[in-house]
Design a protein around this ligand. Structure first.
Ligand SMILES: Cc1cc2nc3c(=O)[nH]c(=O)nc-3n(C[C@H](O)[C@H](O)[C@H](O)COP(=O)(O)O)c2cc1C
Length: 357
């Protein structure tokens, strides 16, 4: 009952993908744990240096011989607006003082981001990683040709029908359809952010009617019920973030895990305050204090760098109030489990739900 086009494409038993979660969540134990239990473990390599990424791939290979994937961020083209940077720094100064942060942020450079991205691609090829997914944009035709040449399966991300069509045209083998429920950053790259907030219930069937790629549903899915619903709407697989983030093996900060476990859906909001790009997570003091300045802040990834030390200091000081607590809209279903327990529960749930349908 589990085998379908996606499981065959990815050579996995269950069409369950552990969402790549950049920023230290996707520990080697988490990724290998998911792959070893029949799903697909993915490294969130968005913020990694090529070396860090290579080391982790090798470490995971010691823990599993099953397929794994790597997720990359397409480098965004941004302009460093001096006035915005100046204003943002001034607005963040009081928070920096609260945590005695003296370190000045090192701003990223677009050329360097492109170089890093290309080096990451080369490592994926060199290490023979079978699956590579992308967010925040589409790889160039040259990259697609090169990856295809090495037999690497490519998965794109879409938040609207238009973006899904663009993924299909670009030559992706499958596409993650990210609903507005999803935790973390929006993968939106073409549509205006405010017009890209489509719930999964609406998005999946509208995409399914128009494209022929295997669809992977993402956003708010935590258990078998979510998987069955996504399948009924036209998806052949799911990508789950928050459910895996709270697992024992995940590398997320314990404060982050606890905050999700104790949260209600009403606390989950969208913000641009941490990074300059819209993302979903738990509300806290930083978001409340900064919400009215969202349009003043420089765009991603500049704002992300400006707030980096603040987020770190908040965690180091044991407070969640200035951390980015990314979470999808279903925190009440999050459970502290091992990966094996979560995977077993999902499989049993689906079999049960299927029977009752
Ligand atoms: C902490 C966190 C980090 C994330 N980082 C990434 C990432 O690096 N790349 C990516 O494609 N998606 C990322 N996502 C989004 C997921 O791929 C997925 O869309 C989302 O987790 C689905 O919603 P859910 O959390 O309710 O399951 C992240 C999500 C979370 C919660």
């Amino acid at each position: 009952m589990w085998e379908n086009g996606l499981t065959k494409l990815l050579k996995i038993k269950y069409p369950i993908i552990q969402a790549p979660m950049a920023g230290g969540v996707t520990s080697s134990e988490l990724v290998a744990g998911v792959s070893n239990t029949g799903g697909l473990g993915m490294i969130g390599a968005g913020y990694m240096s090529p070396d860090q990424m290579q080391n982790q791939i090798r470490e995971i290979r010691q823990l599993t011989d099953k397929p794994i994937g790597v997720n990359l961020f397409l480098p965004s083209n941004y302009t460093a607006n001096e006035e915005k940077l100046h204003k943002a720094k001034a607005l963040l100064q009081s928070v920096k003082e609260k945590f005695n942060i003296e370190k000045e942020p090192v701003l990223p450079a677009h050329e360097q981001d492109i170089k890093t991205f290309n080096e990451q691609l080369n490592i994926i090829i060199e290490e023979k990683v079978p699956i590579c997914s992308f967010t925040f944009g589409l790889p160039s035709p040259e990259v697609v040709v090169k990856m295809r040449e090495f037999g690497i399966i490519m998965i794109g991300t879409a938040t609207t029908v238009q973006e899904a069509l663009m993924n299909e045209k670009a030559g992706m083998n499958a596409v993650v359809v990210q609903g507005s429920e999803a935790g973390g950053h929006r993968g939106t790259f073409h549509t205006e952010e405010k017009h890209s907030l489509i719930g999964l219930m609406s998005l999946i069937p509208q995409v399914a009617d128009r494209i022929n790629l295997p669809l992977i549903a993402a956003g708010g899915i935590m258990d078998g019920r979510g998987i069955m619903a996504a399948k009924c709407l036209g998806a052949v697989g799911v990508q789950m973030g928050t459910a895996f983030l709270v697992c024992e093996e995940s590398g997320a900060n314990t404060l982050h895990k606890e905050a999700i476990i104790n949260a209600s859906e009403e606390e989950v909001i969208l913000t641009k305050a941490f990074s300059g790009k819209m993302a979903r997570g738990l509300n806290n003091t930083f978001i409340e204090e900064m919400s009215r300045y969202e349009d003043v802040f420089p765009e991603y990834p500049l704002q992300n760098e400006l707030t980096k030390e603040i987020r770190k200091a908040s965690a180091a000081n044991g407070t969640t109030e200035y951390m980015s607590l990314w979470s999808g809209q279903s925190p009440r279903i999050a459970k502290k489990l091992t990966v094996r327990e979560l995977m077993n529960n999902i499989v049993m749930d689906v079999e049960k739900t299927r029977g009752s349908l």
